[in-house]
Every structure is written in C-alpha cells, then in structure tokens.
Ligand binder design. Structure first.
Ligand SMILES: [Mg+2]
Length: 267
C-alpha cells in the first residue's frame, strides 16, 4: 500500500510544474469568490501575504466554480489585488484539477472525470435547450455544463429527471446551476486528490461560502464556513461535522477559522 501511494504521488508530481511542499503542516483548500476573494482590502492584503510567506509549509489549493480561464485572469491581476499563486487548483466545481503554476490539467486526476463526462454528455442532448429561466454561461467550462437561472422562473422539477441520466445538478448562490458527472463535486475531487498525494486528512482545512462548497463540508474534513455564507448553506451548518462558522467575512473568516483549529494565523 505504501508503495502504491508513493507511486501515485510520484506520477502526480511528474504531471505538474514546480514542487509541492514535501510534508505540509497544513493543506488549505479555499473557495475563491466570496471566500479567498472576500473580506476587506486590508484583510485580503494581510492574508495573502501570510499565504505567500508559508508557501513551503502550507499546501495551497483553490477550489472554485471558475473555469481555468477565469482563474488565469484572476491570477493575472484583473482583480486589483490577486491572491498568491496556489500549488493546485480544483476548478469547474470539481471537474477540473490543474497545476497552480501552469494551470495545465493533471491527467491522473482529470482523466477519470473526462471519461465519465464523455459517457453522459450525449444523453443530455435536447434536455437543456430552451428551458424557461435558464441561460448558458458563456465560458470555457469543462466536463460540466454551467447555467445562470432565474429563481422566480426556472422550474427545478427538471433536475430530478436530468439526474436519472447520470448527472448531478447543483444549484448555488441563488443563480448558478452546474450539471456535473454524477458524484463529481468539490468534495469527492478533493478526497481523490488527498488520496493521490497520500496526504493525511487531519492536516486539511477547507473554506467556502455557497452551496457548491457543501460537498467539501460533508467530507468530515475540518472546514470554515465564512461569515458571509449564503443563507441556504448557513442553515445546514448545525448538521455538519467539524465545520466552524466564522463571524468574519471572506479572508478574515478563513483566518478566524484557522485560529479556531489551533493554527497560528494572526490576520
Ligand atoms: Mg464562493
């Protein structure tokens, strides 16, 4: 088993640019919009500098609904104050895994998801066109479909019919619908990544703010729900294990959560 773990880690490492921290003291898995990109400018500046200083000891993973092009434009500085480059990116709500430096996908992690999507995508033909209150997002999403929906117009009854075809339908932030291969989400992709990299679960902290982060919060891993979490996610907090509900928003909430879990984060 130890040999198998070492082999998958070494194969993974050969498929990315740069190196990952050998034995990270913390694996920090952060949603972007509303989480790592949230909080005051001062909190963000301080927290980004804290991350930058700990690049060798903290394995930093973005876990986002953004596609890789949207992550690239963020890291390119379009946002004014870009966060530091992560080691790895889980993008497309769990259907993409990429190297943080090159933003190239990592085949060992993505190929099984690609195969699943190729099998299910043709079955969706004709089901998602012309649906009232649903408009496709004009983005380069991969291994999923992404829509905006109007809560007052869109009839969610279609979702259970779609799921019978072999997909999961994920509503979040009262405006986004993602259609993903069944079982693929931010939580399962993270667990698979930890497995591939042979990383201990006890060192992981996740952070997020909308319903597309719920799958991470249901893994049993330690997590931080930031103070600006959407009401439907916040309402589920009492039933989640190991999830700290922060008062502070965005970055401030992540830092508050890290202190809750006993880590030295002064922001
Ligand atoms: Mg978010």
């Amino acid at each position: 088993m130890a040999d198998a773990n070492a082999a998958s880690r070494s194969q993974f490492s050969s498929q990315i640019s740069g190196t990952l921290p050998e034995r990270p003291e913390l694996v920090l898995v952060m949603d972007l919009d509303g989480t790592l990109l949230g909080g005051t400018l001062a909190q963000r500046r301080q927290f980004y500098s804290w991350l930058e200083d700990r690049r060798d000891g903290v394995l930093q993973i973005f876990s986002t609904g953004r596609d890789l092009a949207a992550v690239r434009s963020l890291l390119g500085g379009d946002n004014g104050l870009p966060p530091p480059t992560p080691h790895l990116v889980i993008g497309d709500v769990g259907s993409t895994v990429a190297c943080g430096l090159s933003l190239e996908t990592v085949p060992i992690a993505v190929d099984p998801i690609e195969a699943q999507w190729q099998a299910v995508q043709p079955l969706l033909d004709g089901h998602l066109e012309g649906v009232a209150g649903l408009s496709p997002q004009l983005r380069n999403v991969e291994r999923r479909y992404a829509f905006n929906y109007e809560p007052q117009v869109f009839d969610t009854a279609i979702l259970s019919r779609l799921e019978l075809l072999g997909v999961d339908c994920l509503l979040s932030d009262e405006r986004f619908l993602d259609v993903l291969p069944a079982g693929v989400n931010k939580g399962t992709t993270l667990l698979r990544l930890l497995d591939l990299l042979d990383l201990p679960h006890g060192q992981v902290v996740t952070a997020g703010d909308t319903l597309n982060d719920l799958a991470m919060f249901r893994t049993g891993l330690n997590g931080v729900m930031v103070g600006n979490a959407e009401p439907k996610l916040r309402a589920l907090h009492p039933e989640l294990e190991n999830i700290y509900l922060a008062e502070a928003h965005g970055c401030g909430g992540i830092a508050e959560g890290l202190r809750h879990f006993g880590l030295d984060c002064p922001v």
